[in-house]
Design a protein around this ligand. Structure first.
Ligand code: SDX
Length: 393
C-alpha cells in the first residue's frame, strides 16, 4: 500500500486476448498456424495458401486458392496519386520510415474500405493491404536507388511479382529465379504471424479504438521497426558484418555476456522461445540452399554458423536459454537475394501484414470486443497539497 492508493496485491498481468490463429510453445519450440506446424507449411505451401489459412482458419482447396489469389492480385496496383508521396521523402530516407507514412496515407485514398463495422469493407481493406504491401515496399526501394517504379505483373506469384518490382528494370525483361522465388515464399511464410508479439499487440490495441485498418497496420509497422523486434534482422546482419571473421567471435561473445556492455547478440534470445525458434531451423536451411544455389560463399554465413555453435555450447547462453531466433538467418537469406539491410524489416512487414490483419479481423469481428485499456502499477507520490509558485523555494 502506498499513500492514498490501495493496490490489489493479486494484480497480475492477464492474457492479452483470446486467439485461435497461432499457437506457440516456447519451452518446446513449437509454432502452429491454425494448428499446422510451421515447418510443414514452409515446406509444402505457398504464401497465398498460408495467407488464406491465417485469414479464414482452413487451408484452401485448389479452387479457393485460385479465387483468393485472384482477389489479392486485383489490388496490387496503387492509386497514382499515392505514388506522389514518395517524391516528398529524401532519397536516403529509411524504407521503414516511408512505409510507416505511406501505409497510413492509404486511409486518405481508399475511403470505401475504412468503415470497420462493414464486414465487406473489412474484407476489401484486408485484401488491399496484403496486395499493396509488396508494391509499396518495392517502390520504397526503387525510390532510394533512383530507379523508376515497376508496375505489378499479376501473371507472377506473390513473391515473383515482388522480386520483379524490386529488381526488374524497364530496359530489359526480368526472369524470376525459382530458387530465389522459393526462398522468398518461405521467408514470408515463416514471418507471417507469431501470436501476440509487440507489433501485433500494437495493431490490436490501435484497432480496439475503432481506428481504420490502414492506420492500425501503420502502427504495427512502426513497432516492428524496433531493433529488439523486427529490426533485429537488419541489426543481426550488421553484427555479423561487424564481427567479420570467425576469429573475432570470442570478443563479441564476451561483450554479450558483460552486463555493463549494452551489446547483445542480435538474432539471439526471445521473449517466448526458451528453446530453438522453429523458424530459425527452417531459415538456416533456406540460407544454405540459396547460398549453395547461387554459388555464394559469403563469409558472414560462416561467421553465423560458428557463432551459433559457440553460443549454443556456452554455459551463459545455455543457462539463460538463449537460442537463435527467426532474425538470425533471415538477414543472410535477404542479403543473398540482393536486398540491402535497410529493406530487411520491410520484408518482415510484408509478411507480418497477413498476421496483423488476421488478428485485427479476429478482434474486430468479436461483438464483445472493447477498447484496450492496459492498467499500471502506480509507483508515484501519494496525493499531496498544491503549493502556489510564489510560495515555492
Ligand atoms: C522478434 O515476440 C515475438 O514473437 C517477436 C518475433 C515475432 O515473430 O514477432 O519473434 C520477432 O522480435 C524476435 C526477437 C528479435 N530480437 C533480437 O534478436 C534482439 C536480440 N535479442 C534480445 O534483445 C532479447 O533476447 C529479446 C528482446 C528478444 C528478449 O529480451 P528479454 O525478454 O530480456 O530476454 P530474456 O528475458 O529471455 O533474457 C534473459 C537474459 C537477460 O539477462 P538477465 O537479466 O537474466 O541478466 O538473457 C539476456 C537478458 O539480458 N539476453 C541476452 C540476449 N537476449 C537476452 N544477452 C545477450 N544477447 C542476447 N541476444
Amino acid at each position: 500500500q502506498t499513500g492514498a492508493f490501495t493496490f490489489d496485491p493479486g494484480f497480475t498481468s492477464t492474457a492479452a486476448c483470446e486467439s485461435a490463429i497461432t499457437y506457440i510453445d516456447g519451452d518446446v519450440g513449437v509454432l502452429l498456424y491454425r494448428g499446422y506446424p510451421i515447418d510443414a507449411l514452409a515446406e509444402h505451401s505457398s504464401f497465398m495458401e498460408v495467407a488464406y489459412l491465417l485469414l479464414n482458419g482452413e487451408l484452401p482447396t485448389p479452387k479457393e486458392d485460385a479465387q483468393f489469389t485472384h482477389l489479392i492480385t486485383r489490388h496490387t496496383m496503387i492509386h497514382e496519386q499515392l505514388a506522389q508521396f514518395y517524391r516528398g521523402f529524401r532519397r536516403d530516407a529509411h524504407p521503414m520510415a516511408i512505409m510507416c507514412g505511406i501505409v497510413g496515407a492509404m486511409a486518405a485514398f481508399y475511403h470505401d474500405s475504412t468503415d470497420i463495422h462493414d464486414p465487406q469493407q473489412r474484407v476489401i481493406a484486408s485484401h488491399r493491404l496484403i496486395a499493396k504491401m509488396p508494391t509499396l515496399a518495392a517502390m520504397a526501394y526503387k525510390y532510394s536507388i533512383g530507379q523508376p517504379f515497376i508496375y505489378p505483373d499479376n501473371s507472377l506469384s506473390f513473391s515473383g511479382n515482388f522480386l520483379r518490382m524490386t529488381f526488374g528494370v524497364p530496359a530489359e525483361p526480368y526472369v524470376v529465379d525459382p530458387v530465389i522465388e522459393n526462398a522468398m515464399e518461405k521467408l514470408l511464410i515463416l514471418q507471417a504471424d507469431h501470436e501476440q508479439n509487440a507489433s501485433t499487440s500494437t495493431v490490436r490495441l490501435a484497432g480496439s479504438s475503432g481506428a481504420n485498418p490502414f492506420a492500425c497496420i501503420s502502427a504495427g509497422i512502426a513497432c516492428l521497426w524496433g531493433p529488439a523486434h523486427g529490426g533485429a534482422n537488419e541489426a543481426a546482419l550488421n553484427m555479423l558484418r561487424q564481427i567479420g571473421t570467425p576469429d573475432r567471435i570470442p570478443e563479441f561473445i564476451a561483450r554479450a555476456k558483460n552486463k555493463d556492455d549494452p551489446f547483445r547478440l542480435m538474432g539471439f534470445g526471445h521473449r517466448v522461445y526458451k528453446n530453438y525458434d522453429p523458424r530459425a531451423k527452417v531459415m538456416q536451411k533456406v540460407a544454405d540452399e540459396v547460398l549453395t544455389s547461387l554459388g555464394l560463399t559469403d563469409p558472414i554465413f560462416q561467421v553465423a554458423r560458428e557463432l551459433e555453435q559457440i553460443a549454443l555450447n556456452d554455459p551463459y547462453f545455455i543457462d539463460k536459454k538463449l537460442y537463435p531466433n527467426v532474425d538470425f538467418y533471415s538477414g543472410v537469406v535477404m542479403s543473398a537475394i540482393g536486398f540491402p539491410t535497410s529493406m530487411f524489416t520491410v520484408l518482415f512487414a510484408i509478411a507480418r501484414t497477413v498476421g496483423w490483419i488476421s488478428q485485427w479481423n479476429e478482434m474486430i469481428g468479436d461483438p464483445e470486443q472493447k477498447i484496450g485499456r492496459p492498467r499500471q502499477l502506480y509507483t508515484g507520490p501519494a496525493q499531496r497539497a498544491f503549493v502556489p509558485l510564489a510560495e515555492r523555494v
